[in-house]
Design a protein around this ligand. Structure first.
Ligand code: FES
Length: 153
C-alpha cells in the first residue's frame, strides 16, 4: 500500500473522501472533494485536447446514469488542470490558475474559488469576487456526437 506522501495529486483527488482521508491519517475531513472527477482518457492531438462525452457520465449505485456538470482535465506535464463545464449541450473550459497570484483554484458546481485570498470565478472564468481583477484563461471548446475538443492554442 502506498503511503500518503507518495500519492500524486491527481490520484489522491480521484480516490479521496472521508474513508481515504481517515486511512491516510489526515486530520481534516474534506467532504467536497468527493465530487471532483478527472477525465480518465483525455488525449492531446496537436493543440487540441480530445475527450469522450462519456467522461461526463456517472452511474449511481442503483444503475442510474446522470451527467456531471463539470470534469477536470489534466495531461502529463500540464501545470494546472482545466475546468470543463457543461450547461446542457454547451461547454466552457478555463485554466484553473488564479489571475491574482497564480494559485491553483478549487472546483465546484458552476464556479471556482481560490484558497489563497478568496477570489471567485464563474464557470466561464469571469471574476465574481476579488481580489482578482482579471478573468481566467479561457479556451474555445467544440463538440460533436462523440467527443469534446478543447482548443488550447
Ligand atoms: S492567488 Fe488567488 S486570490 Fe490571490
Amino acid at each position: 500500500m502506498r503511503t500518503p506522501d507518495k500519492l500524486d495529486r491527481q490520484t489522491f483527488l480521484k480516490t479521496c473522501g472521508a474513508v481515504c482521508l481517515a486511512a491516510a491519517g489526515l486530520p481534516v475531513l474534506v467532504s467536497s472533494c468527493r465530487s471532483v472527477y478527472y477525465a480518465q482518457k483525455p488525449v492531446l492531438k496537436g493543440k487540441t485536447i480530445e475527450l469522450s462525452r462519456s467522461e461526463f457520465e456517472q452511474v449511481s449505485k442503483k444503475g442510474v446514469t446522470t451527467l456531471r456538470n463539470y470534469v477536470l482535465v489534466e495531461l502529463p506535464g500540464q501545470t494546472f488542470p482545466i475546468y470543463l463545464h457543461r450547461t446542457g449541450e454547451a461547454f466552457t473550459a478555463v485554466l484553473m490558475k488564479c489571475s491574482h497570484q497564480g494559485n491553483e483554484l478549487n472546483a465546484h458546481e458552476g464556479f471556482l474559488t481560490c484558497p489563497a485570498h478568496g477570489s471567485e470565478y464563474d464557470a466561464q472564468g469571469r471574476v465574481t469576487e476579488g481580489p482578482a481583477d482579471r478573468d481566467l484563461t479561457a479556451y474555445r471548446v467544440r463538440a460533436d456526437d462523440q467527443k469534446i475538443y478543447i482548443l488550447i492554442a
